[in-house]
Design a protein around this ligand. Structure first.
Ligand SMILES: [Cu+2]
Length: 172
């Protein structure tokens, strides 16, 4: 009885990380601004440069309702901070979840007066990991071209987990 319990605990320890790593590889959820959320006084340029965003990932904009909003805009509107034109989508729930479902460049701003020019804006490149040559020509501005490396790292991490689990299971 005790042995069986130990065995099932051990199996959970093996199997759980596999499920976990699978979901991490498939798509990631990014809280914009990390612990500082979507707010004034945060440098979103450096935040956006920390990550490689891939197709299917989700950006979550967390902020106090009515104090901010999230606008997906054109490059021109991103640069001018003039949101009278060029707003492609607008969110104002306080917990805006935007799925990056196209491999392209995205521009985000908060269009509450003064906030965009005050720093509440950033641009990201979203890569399709299955087709890396797709969108690399205009990607020099924001992200280094390290998507290949990144997916390779994720893949080998997953493979070593699998090998470790099989080896552990055989050892039983
Ligand atoms: Cu704002």
């Amino acid at each position: 009885m005790k042995q069986a319990q130990g065995l099932s605990c051990f199996m959970i320890l093996i199997i759980y990380p596999i499920f976990l790593s699978t979901s991490i590889v498939e798509s990631l959820v990014y809280n914009v601004g990390d612990s500082e959320n979507w707010n004034t006084g945060v440098n979103y340029l450096s935040w956006s440069q920390k990550y490689n965003f891939t197709l299917g990932d989700t950006l979550v904009f967390n902020y106090v309702l009515t104090q901010h909003n999230t606008c997906v805009v054109t490059q021109a509107t991103y640069q001018s901070c003039n949101s009278s034109t060029g707003v492609l989508a607008r969110y104002e729930s306080g917990n805006d979840q935007i799925v990056l479902n196209e491999a392209k460049k995205y521009w985000f701003i908060c269009d509450v007066p003064g906030h965009c020019s005050g720093g509440m804006r950033f641009a990201i490149n979203v890569y399709d990991n299955n087709n890396n040559n797709n969108n690399n020509n205009n990607n020099t501005a924001v992200l280094p071209p390290s998507t290949d490396q990144n997916s390779g790292t994720k893949g080998s991490w997953r493979a070593s987990l699998l090998i470790f689990s099989i080896a552990a299971a055989l050892a039983l």
